[in-house]
Ligand binder design. Structure first.
Ligand code: NJP
Length: 245
């Protein structure tokens, strides 16, 4: 495909794997995250492999940076087709630990970051009457887990955003597609964001036993994008076959 795909949280894990896979299939990928050294390296690797990639430093918590990210992509490639709102962090802890700064951070990145991304790209999609938002939610957005209350709340919320956006767009005749992905344990750097000792040990045990590589999630992203324009696939749960939840 020849689509222009913007990816937030593209400096590692699921975002990086998606950038590499989509570029290998002909997409023009635009990578955003805070670690611009990594973005540069990934983009250079994609180009060395014959793909097309651009990058721009992006903190998704800043509305203006989201707008600048979309404008940069449009200037570079002439259009914007897909916005993969994937940036996220998971500093899990029991509510009783009162890690209120981490609660704020999860709301700012996992939820408000997605809203800022929508606000940045939606005017483009509305004007061109096409476009697609994909977001990385979590199995924690489908089911409650101890230590995951705030994380799960943010991930449940983004599912709501995708669903309502799709419905409203259908009603308004703007043909915007949306999809939500619910990964289980995927081998990425996500656990590095956990500061609570007990939560980290519990998560490490889970991830030591059950994990698959992020390219599996990337293939789901590609599948959603590859559907014909008149077809919307909305939700995907993906995780290791042996993971019991
Ligand atoms: O983790 P990781 P994943 N502004 O840590 C970026 C969800 N998920 O690939 O800014 C912009 O390798 C960060 O970039 P940087 C999860 O909730 C995963 O697993 O340079 N970007 C990095 O590129 C998340 O939504 C699993 O530090 C910001 C990326 O986010 C998505 O998958 C299970 C940012 C995180 O990459 C990708 O995470 C599940 C900011 N302010 C859901 N803050 C799993 N791995 O098992 C962070 O259910 N980033």
């Amino acid at each position: 495909e020849n689509k222009v795909v913007l990816i937030t949280g593209a400096s590692s894990g699921i975002g990086e794997a998606s950038a590499r896979l989509l570029a290998s299939r002909g997409a023009k990928v635009v990578l955003g995250a805070r670690r611009d050294d990594r973005l540069r390296q990934i983009a250079e690797g994609i180009e060395e492999d014959g793909g097309q990639a651009a990058w721009r430093k992006l903190d998704v918590t800043d509305p203006q940076q989201n707008k600048d990210f979309v404008a940069f992509a449009k200037e570079r490639y002439g259009q914007v087709d897909v916005m993969f709102l994937n940036a996220g962090l998971m500093p899990s802890s029991p509510l009783s630990a009162l890690k209120t700064d981490e609660w704020d951070r999860m709301v700012d990145v996992n939820l408000k970051g997605v809203l800022h991304g929508i606000a940045a790209a939606l005017p483009e999609f509305t004007a061109q009457k096409s476009g697609q938002f994909i977001t990385t939610s979590s199995v924690a957005g489908l089911k409650a887990y101890p230590n995951g209350a705030v994380y799960g709340a943010t991930k449940w919320a983004v599912r709501e955003l995708m669903e309502v956006l799709r419905m409203e767009s259908a009603m308004e005749g703007t043909h915007i597609r949306t999809a939500t992905i619910y990964p289980a344990a995927i081998q990425t750097e996500l656990l590095n964001t956990i500061t609570d000792k007990g939560a980290k040990e519990a998560m490490n045990q889970t991830y030591d036993s059950y994990q698959i590589t992020p390219d599996r999630v990337a293939s789901v992203v590609a599948f959603a994008i590859d559907q014909p324009e008149d077809t919307n696939v909305s939700e995907f749960t993906i995780g290791p076959t042996i993971q019991p939840w």
